[in-house]
Ligand binder design. Structure first.
Ligand SMILES: NC(=O)c1ccc[n+]([C@@H]2O[C@H](COP(=O)([O-])OP(=O)(O)OC[C@H]3O[C@@H](n4cnc5c(N)ncnc54)[C@H](O)[C@@H]3O)[C@@H](O)[C@H]2O)c1
Ligand SMILES: O=C(O)C[C@H](O)C(=O)O
Length: 311
């Protein structure tokens, strides 16, 4: 198995680090446009092989995609992160061009790869990657919902006073401060609805904190987060390369599912060796379905911006 991670910045390097530690591939290639950055980070990581006892080989490449040839999975994290006070959507003008060129370059050398899109605004970048690559829809997966769900479980665990790992909770919809949808009704603590442990007001607060989870970290750190984003991306890659068939909320192309067409948006999907294999129908209630439609409207507006950019 060979995995390429494009973008050797905070998220890309952390994703690669998690991938090699878990030995998800024989070979990982880290790519960046900044001369020496990916080579340096790859070498630093490779020097942890004997310390952490992993076998995966990791190398870096400054924009030479021939080194990525034959990758089974390509993770795209290249692009600028937001600064405090910004939305993810404001990154579109810079990141759309970057994502487009990275998809073109990576596809040339890895025509059979599954593409994982992380760069923001992620839902629109996933849509762009799908349209630009012309690949079957199952091979383009946007990562956002896994991260948002991990934040949802973190805030729930803090409010309940329990282990996050005893919780099941999912965030669907867009990966934006106002477009994500923490599904409070379906969240459980070891199978018991969380509403038995938290009041309606507490649940509202948990949902609100989850939605601005990324913004909260950006304000604290001065740039956006990378530990949980990198771990989330690696978890998604793991389910692909190990054909685990795990169910994760991911941004995928909707063709009538959840009442939406011609859009990439977060829904629960089965992830395996061929990419996303099946969409799970959570049977949203009318209120949730209405929120999902509003989320789709906002993401569609961003997708429409793509046509106004000279890419
Ligand atoms: N989907 C998510 O859940 C999620 C989570 C965290 C961050 N992000 C997004 O991921 C992106 C990266 O964040 P970061 O914190 O790692 O930023 P960063 O600035 O640390 O790293 C980005 C890297 O991309 C590189 N790059 C720029 N253009 C490139 C190109 N054409 N080819 C190859 N590399 C290129 C830069 O040189 C830089 O090293 C941002 O857009 C951020 O918003 C998404
Ligand atoms: O918040 C951001 O801009 C980065 C990322 O999308 C996140 O949720 O951490």
């Amino acid at each position: 198995m060979k995995i390429t991670v494009v973008g050797a910045g905070a998220v890309g390097a952390t994703t690669a680090d998690n991938i090699v530690r878990r030995e998800l591939a024989e070979e990982v290639v880290l790519v960046d446009i900044k001369e020496g950055l990916s080579e340096g980070k790859a070498l630093d990581m490779f020097q942890t092989a004997t310390l952490l006892e992993f076998d995966t080989k990791i190398t870096g490449s400054t924009n030479d995609y021939s080194k990525t040839a034959g990758s089974d999975v390509v993770v795209i994290t290249s692009g600028i992160p937001r600064k405090p006070g910004m939305t993810r959507e404001e990154l579109i003008g810079t990141n759309a061009g970057i994502v487009k060129s990275v998809v073109d370059n990576a596809l040339k050398y890895s025509p059979d790869a599954i593409f994982v899109i992380v760069s923001n605004p992620m839902d629109t970048m996933t849509y762009l990657a799908l349209k630009e690559s012309g690949l079957p829809k199952n091979r383009i997966i946007g990562m956002g919902g896994i991260l948002d769900s991990s934040r949802f479980k973190t805030y729930l665990s803090l409010a309940i006073g329990c282990q996050p790992n005893d919780l099941h909770a999912t965030v669907i919809g867009g990966h934006g401060d106002t477009t994500m949808i923490p599904l409070t009704r379906l969240a459980t603590y070891n199978g018991v609805p969380v509403s038995q442990f938290l009041s309606a007001d507490q649940l509202k607060q948990v949902a609100a904190d989850t939605m601005v989870g990324g913004a909260t970290l950006t304000k604290l750190i001065g740039t956006s987060a990378w530990y949980a984003p990198g771990a989330s991306s690696a978890l998604l890659v793991e389910s692909i390369v190990r054909d685990q068939k795990r169910v994760f909320p991911c941004c995928v192309y909707l063709d009538g599912e959840y009442g939406q067409n011609d859009i990439c948006l977060g829904v629960p999907v089965v992830i395996g060796r061929t990419g996303w294999e099946r969409i799970i129908d959570y049977k949203l209630n009318p209120e949730e379905q209405d929120t999902f439609s509003k989320s789709a409207d906002a993401v569609r507006n961003m997708n429409n911006v793509l046509a106004t950019l000279s890419l």
